[in-house]
Design a protein around this ligand. Sequence first.
Ligand code: HEM
Length: 394
Amino acid sequence: MRPPLNLMAPDVRANPYPLYAQLRRGPVCQVEPGGMWAVSRYDDVVAVLKDTRRFSSVGLGRGFLPPWLARNPVASSLVMKDPPEHTRLRGLVSKAFSGPALQRLEAQVRTLAEELAEATVQQREVDFTAAFALPLPVRVLNLLFGLDPERWPDMRRWAEDLLSIPASQPTPERMEDIRRSIQEMEECFQVLIATRRARPGEDLVSELVRAESMTEDELMSFLFSLLPAGFETTAHLLSNTLLVLAQHPDELERVREDPRRIPLLIEEVLRYEPPAQSSLRLVTEDTDLGGVRIPRGALVAVLLGAALRDEQRFTEADRFHPGREAQAHLPFGHGIHFCLGAMLARMEARLGLEALFRRIRGVSLTRQEVQWSQSYIARGPLSLPLRWEPRVET
Ligand code: HEM
């Protein structure tokens, strides 16, 4: 018998794209870990994400609520819900992520990006992930919540603790740390909600408390969910971009000469090296997909990373080519759960890269081997040691 295909095998984590190509060539099939059904072709991925009746998100929260955790508001958040509850909640929170809300944030995000870029480029050799890619999104979340700027290290610890829950078998000490983080978050957000109810401002939480039909629990779950949703993915987008540019110096040259190309660059990084590699769904009834019957109750891994390299959809899919014709909206999902923070993430990436490109001429890797995150959900380097070639002022 052939060994099962395993999304967590070390060579697959180092480079998942050959396995994805193999999966796209065959019928929908089961993979490790856990015998999930892997959906890999672009059209199949879109079909699954559109069909919320047969491919449900309810029940996915269980991963965030292991037996050792009595309470975790993330487990009942928006992304774990189906219509009609999802529709109602999404309607209540969407305005807080709209264009006007983001425009109010833009100047502050630019200032942050400039500060971080200055400090990062001053170090000729730097771990880009630690110095820039992680701090920027976590500090933006801090801004979005309207918290004291000094609290961003707490925000980061909370986000990391929440993200570690589904994957880990923690030691008793780690369990205690995570329980404490959840308690601290609840206390912090309760104060924040009460303050904004008393004196609403122009920030995210004020916008949300104006939606009076949202219960306290729903509000808390939503705020909790923004930390894992908005932190790691955006950090991976920034690190993946610098990694790809270090490997494609001609593209860096092109975008430095014409910074208006930055949005095209970001879109192609999102397709070529997507931070969100998969979404999960639960099958509600026996269902045929790509000629294969998937049984009720099965877990489906919707492989966005595989769909984004589908040669049926993209010409020369394995080539990094900013400005390519076929548009890929899938990096942020598809359908009703389409990422609420997509505009914010793109804005952060654009402002972050503008600030960096103004200060550098070139970039290279100081170590060719990259250590990737050990997750089939999110992909990015754990650290990214870079050497800058600073810009010489003329
Ligand atoms: C490059 C960065 C990001 C990527 C690649 C990304 C990717 C995704 C994907 C693929 C989904 C769909 C999940 C599913 O269908 O199961 C999603 C949903 C979501 N994302 Fe993002 N995301 C990013 C940044 C952000 C940011 C910055 C925020 C907010 C601060 C955010 C908030 C959300 C929320 C709230 C949802 C759930 C939407 C719903 O269920 O209706 N994301 N994201």
